[in-house]
Ligand binder design. Structure first.
Ligand code: IDP
Ligand code: MG
Length: 152
């Protein structure tokens, strides 16, 4: 089943000039980038995005981190891509992330783990809506789909 995931390259990914390398991984896998924008997240939006962590001791640091510089917010589409992308991203704590995953290859600290990806269809829908208007998502026709999917 085709899904959309909200994937955000955090300020450390942008400022370490890793955005191209990271997006390339999703493209190489056969996933489709259907929306992208660079922004500095307003504090209130950051708090909304991470609302589930409001009561956690790291919440204030997390909001400081995510608002500390530009992020590249994207929507990525593909069959069952929510789970697939979480696998590609790796564990929340990069020290526990497998080598070969994005966090396992580029990060060390949990508080500097370079990328966010939706963890469920419900989160994906909520997060995409928080960051993008409906008309900012492209309904792209990728000509190589038949080489990615048996039934495109
Ligand atoms: P996820 O990004 O892998 O879904 P979550 O548990 O949803 O992980 O946490 C959201 C973000 O909060 C993490 O990506 C990380 O940036 C930050 N975070 C989570 N746990 C900690 C912690 O114990 N210390 C510092 N930051 C944390
Ligand atoms: Mg999460």
């Amino acid at each position: 089943m085709k899904e959309k995931s909200f994937v955000m390259l955090k300020p450390d990914a942008v400022l370490r000039r890793l955005t191209g390398k990271i997006l390339t991984r999703f493209e190489q896998r056969g996933l489709e980038i259907v929306a992208a924008k660079m922004l500095v997240i307003p504090r209130e939006l950051a708090q909304q995005h991470y609302a589930e962590h409001e009561e956690k001791p790291f919440f204030a640091d997390l909001v400081d981190y995510i608002t500390s510089g530009p992020v590249l917010a994207t929507v990525i589409e593909g069959e069952e891509c929510i789970t697939l992308i979480r696998k590609m991203v790796g564990a929340t704590n990069p020290k526990e992330a497998d080598t070969g995953t994005i966090r396992g290859d580029y990060a060390i600290d949990t508080g500097r783990n370079i990328i966010h990806a939706s963890d469920s269809p419900a989160s994906a829908e909520r997060e995409v809506k928080l960051f993008f208007k409906a008309d900012e998502l492209c309904d792209c026709s990728f000509p190589d789909r038949e080489w990615i999917y048996e039934e495109p």
